[in-house]
Design a protein around this ligand. Sequence first.
Ligand code: ARG
Length: 466
Amino acid sequence: MAQLWGGRFTKETDRLVYQFNASISFDRKFFAQDIEGSIAHVVMLAKQGILTKDEKDTILKGLTGIRRDVDEGRLQITDEYEDIHSFVEANLIERVGDVGKKLHTGRSRNDQVALDMRLYTRLEVLYVDELLRELLRTLLHIMEENTETFMPGFTHLQKAQPVTLAHHTGAYFEMFKRDRSRLKDIYFRMNYCPLGAGALAGTTYPLDRNYTASLLGFEGPTLNSMDSVADRDYVIEFLAALSTIMMHLSRFCEEIIIWNSDEYRFVEIDDAYSTGSSIMPQKKNPDIAELIRGKTGRVYGALVSVLTTMKGLPLAYNKDMQEDKELTFDAIDTAKGCLVLFEGMVRTMKFRKDVMEKSAIRGFANATDAADYLVGRGVPFRDAHAVIGKLVLYCIDRQCAIEDLSLEELQNFSPVFEEDIYDAVSLKTCVEKRLTLGAPGPEAMRKIIAIEREYLEKDWQIERSI
Ligand code: ARG
């Protein structure tokens, strides 16, 4: 058991207590960030004359040596240390001797862990954003190819009005675009450096917090030392953003599962992204889509867990906050995995355009347009609605579409119908006439696609300074 404290203790820690308290099994994940933070701290201490140049050089050599040895597999991070901070410090002292004991001057594990977690989260925000951008590129490609792929639009999972595959996909494009903008907000709000807050009340050493912040690529230092060590808002915000991303993925997956079913056959998931059944040879299951839908609950769980952990904590640091890590790491890895898999599944999925189009024709998706036709010829909308309602009932009895009826049959419902009704209710006309901004009409859609393309080109770029 290697721990950094013990001076005031007369008894050994109970083994179970030690294990219960230890965090190395998971905080090893931010080993790289712990080293980065220590390097910046030491450079600042030397600039302020708190360490000599020689001391700084020796410590830096030790820290970079530890990093290299771990990266190259010569040094293992093992459970004999309480946490990643102890691992680094103990190894440093072992390497460089007593001067290593000066590393922690003017620092506490409280501001150290606050920094490590922030550095880790900040980098992950960028990774998730990159994956979203990849996904948006794939969606945009589907949109470009399918401005005239007609399909039913649904409300209540019932066919409502005709749309296009480009339009339907475009709805998800908007969702993931908002997700990226949430990440951007979070990035800028969290980009302040807590190092130098000490345990909770700053330190008596003349630290230059602005300098450490700039070395680590932060916008500046945080402004209250108690808040600095007690704040996990950025973790919660990130988990909320990840939850929303998962919710969007899950909705799309739900649709893909429905579309992939035998009853719909709108899409066929590629063999590489489907799985079989051990008993039913005919099966090709949408397991990936189902797993993404399922894992959404896991990410929500992390959000609710950290929110709940934080809700009763008095200022400043409390050990409860160690619980922010495992679930957050899991949620980040889960969401990233889902984004990668989802993008691949959608990119390789076959859209069965003919089936989609037939489905739109059969489902009376043009009933509103038929009513609008009557309105265009002077029938009040309410009356037109009633006429078409009766017409639909008549068609259901005969298992046919509105456009399958003869003009004579149509005129039995309203004398206003003329030969041009057939063109007015054709799928193509119904969609093409929907030209309001944001509507599915191909011409309107192409304008939106141009906007989205430009959006993807002029991206927000964060200088990765570390
Ligand atoms: N493992 C701790 C955490 O994750 C590090 C901070 C420890 N600080 C302390 N005062 N015990 O929060």
